[in-house]
Design a protein around this ligand. Structure first.
Ligand SMILES: Nc1ncnc2c1ncn2[C@@H]1O[C@H](COP(=O)(O)OP(=O)(O)O)[C@@H](O)[C@H]1O
Ligand SMILES: [Mg+2]
Length: 233
């Protein structure tokens, strides 16, 4: 079976300059693939390119072995969910209405609420009244309601307390264990590595390191070097 997502030699321009250069990576089903790198490294731009939000200058994105060209992206769009950085929810709608806007399927809803028991108790509450952590759960829950085969998650922890991030990370793992392919961009590198399988580190637009997450936990200096100086492994 092909990997859920395969990114081959992708380059992307923004504002006339190349901000992603020749990036290749794979996201297998059942795995959390972690994408790390300093601010400005090009992580969000890469996810935008994968999701078809911005065009590729060159390279290829394959979903289930089939190339996603511009025209194709709409067709397979429902297979891929993208939790964008600085995500939004419908603050004036209740939790349940936010979720129903994505799916009316009660079995999917049950599964999602099983992942987020906190939300089950707050179904009729306006999302704008929830805590930041609960709002982020709604954002994730909405993405999962679409029943994607691959989910791209960009800095879901932004603005959240570490204790909340620690609560969210195992949910990402559960999602992968249920067979979804997850591509996780995260600033809390250590928390992400603990739920991840394989990690890629970007530096100034290129991938400078690819390793097992367990290896990077065991050898933090390898990760630090990749972040700071872009050394190739
Ligand atoms: N819309 C845009 N127009 C021009 N440059 C952009 C745009 N978005 C991002 N960039 C630039 O692209 C580079 C990569 O940004 P980004 O993909 O957001 O990195 P990251 O998510 O790793 O912080 C940065 O230098 C940023 O300034
Ligand atoms: Mg970003």
């Amino acid at each position: 079976m092909p990997d859920a997502l395969e990114v081959s030699r992708v380059s992307i321009d923004r504002g006339g300059t190349g901000v992603v250069r020749d990036v290749s990576l794979r996201c297998p089903r059942g795995e959390v693939t972690v994408l790390l790198g300093a601010n400005g490294a090009g992580k969000t731009t890469l996810l935008d390119g994968i999701a078809g939000v911005v065009p590729l200058r060159s390279g290829m994105v394959r979903l289930d072995g089939r190339e996603l060209t511009g025209a194709r992206r709409g067709i397979v769009g429902s297979k891929l969910a993208y939790v964008e950085q600085g995500r939004t929810v419908f603050a004036e709608l209740s939790v349940i209405d936010n979720l129903r806007a994505v799916s009316a399927d009660s079995s999917i809803m049950d599964r999602v609420l099983g992942l987020f028991p906190e939300l089950r108790a707050r179904l009729d509450v306006e999302v704008g009244l929830l805590s930041g952590g609960e709002q982020q759960m709604v954002v994730l829950a909405r993405a999962i309601c679409a029943d994607p085969e691959i989910i791209l998650i960009d800095e879901m922890s932004q603005g959240l307390a570490p204790v909340v991030v620690r609560r969210l990370m195992p949910i990402i793992r559960e999602l992968a264990d249920a067979g979804t392919a997850v591509l996780l961009v995260e600033q809390f590198a250590n928390l992400a590595l603990r739920v991840g399988d394989r990690a890629y580190v970007m530096y100034v637009g290129g991938v400078v390191l690819e390793a097992e997450c367990a290896q990077l936990i065991a050898e933090p200096e390898v990760l630090r070097d990749a972040y700071l100086r872009g050394h190739r492994s």
